[in-house]
Design a protein. Structure first.
Length: 176
């Protein structure tokens, strides 16, 4: 009898997007890696939920603590002190560190405040920053999500998937 994680699943719409991302990455002989904080590995879980993901999913880092961001990905102490872990500067450094460590063609990094605690007037609960390394360029994107902790985490992973998918479609066209 199975116990534990047997009820964890990825929504059908997300599975459709992930399958499309996988087709693009496979067709272009590319890989993706992740660095996650507030999503705690949820994005990697989603990406590996589709058959064949081992052909294009490289690796993931769950760097929940600042110490992990620094020691595993090279995020500078100065960045963490000056801007905080939930910032454009931090996710850019997370993305660069992941690209350097993994050699992946596409990188996604995520850091945010999922709640229900930890927010401030400057960075309220639901604040999430994303870093992307795409075509060897670093992009950062800020989003503000509403809802409880689970909703913020789910929306963050869904946004990251959609952003990567949109970039692949824009870069390589709709036809594979």
């Amino acid at each position: 009898m199975s116990q534990g994680f047997s009820t964890i699943s990825v929504a059908p719409e997300a599975q459709r997007i992930i399958a499309q991302v996988g087709r693009y990455l496979t067709a272009k002989n590319m890989t993706v890696s992740c660095a996650e904080s507030c999503t705690g590995g949820g994005l990697a879980f989603a990406l590996t939920s589709v058959d064949g993901s081992s052909a294009w999913f490289n690796q993931s880092f769950v760097t929940y603590s600042n110490q992990a961001k620094s020691s595993l990905l090279g995020v500078s102490e100065q960045t963490l002190q000056e801007y905080g872990a939930v910032s454009a500067q931090c996710v850019a450094e997370m993305a660069r560190g992941t690209a350097a460590k993994s050699g992946a063609d596409c990188v996604i990094s995520i850091s945010g405040i999922a709640g229900p605690n930890g927010g401030s007037a400057e960075k309220p609960v639901g604040t999430v920053w994303f870093g992307f390394v795409l075509d060897k360029r670093v992009y950062t994107v800020h989003q503000q999500f509403s809802g409880d902790r689970a909703a913020v985490r789910d929306r963050a992973a869904a946004f990251a998937l959609s952003y990567l998918n949109d970039w692949l479609v824009e870069t390589f066209g709709e036809d594979l």
